[in-house]
Design a protein around this ligand. Structure first.
Ligand SMILES: C[S@@+](CC[C@H](N)C(=O)[O-])C[C@H]1O[C@@H](n2cnc3c(N)ncnc32)[C@H](O)[C@@H]1O
Length: 262
């Protein structure tokens, strides 16, 4: 049921600690307790529904204008949160790509019906490795949720460049993620989010998951992970993507859309 491509990153040859896609320390960031209880992350983000609604609206509008079946790739599909939104539109077929077997197992648990109907395939692969094997302009829509901030800036740039290459002219890139606002606003957003973690997991039973998410969010503040909104839009524009905009902002989280010029 799963297609496996085990080479970590054939496109970039990223093997060193400094250039590892999931730095620091070279580990996959969702191999531990965060993937075991990934569902709990949602409890601490009451705004996730609004983020997902923005994605669904955008996908529907794109499929409507496209007028034919849409082939989409969900980068870092995890347990299938974004994949499910894409599949909710009957005109969209999806390839879900993720390098963490435990997350893929969760996606497969709830999505076999789509695989059986031929609308979904799941590939265990590194994002850059998978994209490097796709032809220029062969994909209508690349979607992703909460993946890019886990990548080092150098590796993120490689994945962005691959996305620009594989998306067809007029195609769409839509990415929900932690895009840091400039200045004080970002720290207010972070404070609000950490407070939600304590509210959601502050009881003794969930203390380990509380620690894991708070430490993950602190690590996300470092230069290896922080993804500033303004710099990221500038970078994507520099790669030649157009019509860049943030279509939804909820505290730390935002939905960014971009097009490949026709
Ligand atoms: C926070 S989860 C997001 C899951 C889902 N997209 C969502 O919106 O909830 C990040 C996912 O990205 C995957 N991931 C991180 N780095 C990756 C890489 N280099 N290649 C493929 N998947 C990656 C992780 O394994 C994890 O499943």
């Amino acid at each position: 049921m799963i297609d496996r491509q085990n080479d970590p990153d054939p496109a970039s040859g990223a093997q060193s600690e400094a250039d590892n896609p999931t730095a620091p320390r070279g580990g996959r960031r969702f191999a531990g307790e965060l993937s075991d209880r990934y569902d709990l992350w949602r409890v601490a983000r009451p705004h996730l529904e609004a983020i997902h609604r923005a994605i669904s609206d955008q996908v529907s509008r794109f499929a409507e204008a496209h007028g034919d079946r849409v082939n989409a790739v969900d980068i870092g599909c995890g347990d299938g949160a974004i994949t499910g939104l894409l599949l909710d539109d009957a005109r969209v077929d999806v390839v879900g790509v993720d390098n963490e077997p435990k997350m893929i197992a969760q996606a497969l648990g709830g999505m076999t019906q789509w695989i059986e109907r031929g609308r979904l395939s799941v590939v265990e692969a590194d994002a850059c490795g998978y994209l490097a094997e796709q032809e220029d302009g062969s994909i209508d829509l690349v979607a992703s949720g909460y993946v890019f901030h886990n990548l080092t800036p150098a590796y993120r740039t490689k994945v962005f460049a691959e996305i620009r290459r594989v998306v067809r002219p007029g195609g769409l890139f839509i990415n929900a993620d932690k895009f840091a606002r400039d200045g004080e606003a970002h720290y207010q957003d972070l404070k609000w989010q950490v407070d939600r973690f304590f509210e959601a997991f502050g009881d003794v039973e969930h203390i380990d998951i509380l620690r894991a998410w708070v430490l993950h969010y602190i690590e996300d503040e470092g230069p290896n992970h922080l993804m500033p909104e303004s710099a990221t839009l500038k970078e994507l524009g520099g790669l030649g993507l157009v019509d860049l905009s943030i279509i939804c902002r909820e505290r730390m989280d935002a939905v960014m859309v971009a097009r490949k010029a026709v």
